[in-house]
Ligand binder design. Structure first.
Ligand code: NAD
Length: 272
């Protein structure tokens, strides 16, 4: 069943919006009426795919613009917010989605692999959140008379609570996102800025293709998902759109798990 939300007139920045979950969030928010800044990494392939997302939004009658930025770089993040302000004058919503994996056994994990994941998944989310708060506080007129003054949604992961062997860098980054999100929510609630996370389980995107792209890997994955199916990017996008709209006005500091029950310890069914 489709949950309709209203984001008309809002300006949303979605990081890493040229692929997977971010792409779906950008399309969902535009369909709900938001004007969307589609961030992509500064390379040719990402730029082409970001432009495809913008074209899809424009064809459907929405408004969107691409913005190249490596969100782990402070000056790129400043540039990303400048694009939003230049095109749409305000920023109402930040979706901190961009993320990477660099798996390795801990004894083989290079500092570069550790650093790349922390720089993107944690430092990048901090840089974008800081820029969003500055934009929310600098606006000339209040965001809305009755709603929040701004909304930040972190795309975390079930691995903010489930340890992940061979992905210690990734789990550490998402565990960090959990307390980053809660600390910002506590700090910013008096300013009427809402901060929440969506924590996906296994979603069918390029980041985790080996986990689902053969019948064998899919069968093994499904043992971890009580609901019996892999998640689709749209499952996450709908949850994000709800957290971004005023229907969720009293929700802040929460993590919404969108995981088909993956965090419910399915291995314990009938055991213990
Ligand atoms: P994806 O690889 O399809 O998309 C990730 C996007 O982030 C890509 O567009 C990539 O170019 C972008 N990106 C990476 N580094 C960037 C940087 N430095 N600057 C700007 N953009 C950058 O993967 P996805 O599954 O759509 O992942 C989106 C988010 O969802 C990530 O934070 C990921 O950790 C999280 N997540 C995904 C799953 C899943 O099962 N797919 C599960 C839990 C959490």
């Amino acid at each position: 069943m489709r949950h309709a939300v209203d984001l008309s007139g809002r300006v949303a920045i979605v990081t890493g919006a040229n692929s997977g979950i971010g792409r779906s969030i950008a399309l969902e928010m535009a369909a709900a009426g938001a004007r969307v800044v589609v961030n992509h990494r500064p390379n040719e392939d990402a730029e082409r795919r970001g432009a495809d997302v913008v074209q899809a939004i424009l064809r459907a009658g929405g408004q969107a613009v691409t913005a190249a930025a490596d969100i782990s770089r402070e000056e790129d993040v400043e540039g990303l917010f400048r694009v939003a302000l230049d095109h749409f004058q305000n920023v109402d919503i930040l979706v901190n989605n961009a993320g990477i994996e660099r798996p390795a056994a801990i004894q083989d994990m290079t500092l570069a692999q550790w650093q790349a994941v922390i720089d993107t998944n944690l430092t990048g989310q901090f840089l974008c959140a800081r820029a969003a708060v500055r934009a929310f506080l600098n606006r000339a007129s209040p965001a809305s008379a009755d709603g929040a003054a701004g909304k930040i949604i972190f795309i975390s992961s079930v691995h903010e609570v489930i340890p992940w062997a061979f992905q210690a860098n990734y789990a550490a980054s998402k565990g960090g996102v959990s307390l980053l999100m809660q600390s910002l929510a506590q700090e910013l609630a008096p300013l009427k800025i809402r901060v929440n996370s969506v924590a996906p389980g296994a979603i069918r995107t390029p980041i985790n293709a080996p986990a689902w792209n053969t019948p064998e890997s899919m069968a093994s994955l499904l043992k971890l998902i009580p609901y019996g199916r892999i998640g689709e990017p749209e499952d996450v996008a709908r949850a994000v759109a709800w957290l971004a709209c005023d229907d969720s006005d009293y929700v802040t500091g929460s993590t919404l798990f969108v995981d088909g029950g993956m965090t419910l310890y399915p291995a314990f069914r009938g055991a213990g």
